[in-house]
Design a protein. Sequence first.
Length: 407
Amino acid sequence: MSRKQIAIVGGGPAGLMAAERLSLSGHAVTIYDSMPTVGRKFLLAGKSGLNITHGEDYSQFVQRFGTASGQLRPALDAFTPEDIRAWATSLGTETFVGSSGRVFPKVMKASPLLRAWLGRLEAQGVRILTRHRFTGFKDGGYSFETPAGTRLVKSDAALLALGGGSWPRLGSDGSWLELLRAAGVEVADLQPANCGFDVDWTDAFGERFAGEPVKSVTATSHAGTFPGEFVITRTGIEGSLVYAHAASLRNDLVAVGKASLLLDLSPGRTATRLARDLARQDAKASVSNRLRKGAGLEGVKAALLRTLAEAADIADTERLAQRIKALPLSVVRPRPIAEVISSAGGVSWDSVDDRYMLKALPGIFVAGEMLDWEAPTGGYLLTACFATGRAAAQGIEAWLHTAGPTT
């Protein structure tokens, strides 16, 4: 194949991975990014230890992407978590599997990996042009706003890897949605994913317990029942256990206008045992003492129970035991997309072919969080961005080889 000019719009994990693959094949690759430097969200993800992928059994791993699991499977099969670990090693970053199954660099930082990656891209001839904000399609090319003014870029093929809508201050602000819709591409509105939720706390409860972790509980929603912990915020709840249920809660709010988690505050005891232990307590003792001595509940757990349960539940031993095992926690809305970890929605899978090319715009491909998929935290998000970036690069190569640009 002759050397082709390829534009990659977006310098996040998907765009960088595509650039690595395409430049290795000898193409002239230029990355355009709106920010002063590339990989800013990647660096943020690694601020407290880069969770690069997950070490669970692969048959389980590929089911973590919800309704998009089937569409993502070919890309994931071609670039598995083990492949990602080998790729990181090739860049001088050794990884390890943590106790939770999550995979981290041994240095627990993203910056060394990103520096080595950018060094490899530079050695392979990739150009990176920053402060180039994509503003639309024009005259068969791509328009960018730059410090020097408007610039029109034309190429033999292009990859859009502009990210979703979370953390817009890092560059992925979702402004591309209307541009693609105007070009005839089916796009679902972006929604918060892996997000916290607002709860109608009293001001006193929110202020008193903001920042307090609720540990050793299970939570149930339509997503299933999972153990873990979450954190009380002044306006609601957040944390890994909440994120595991976020899609289900969000979808229930949209569909029926209400949603709740069912909490088990004492997963180590049965309701029968709790009722027996509570019944043994002095009836004249305070509720706090009865909960502490009879159920092992104090602090934020006891406060949650007293806030969310009805007075009749607290007064009756049997009902109290049942409520400890099944405490409904209603949420009223997800937190704003600008402050959440990731987003759902984006380019519909019906709008792209099996090469990740937009059906309405031949020669233009998409990858990463621009596509309509979501996944929990734990390395799944990065893995799918890497894998779709690589798959889109292969799609570009296949298209250039078989059909290619018409002019």
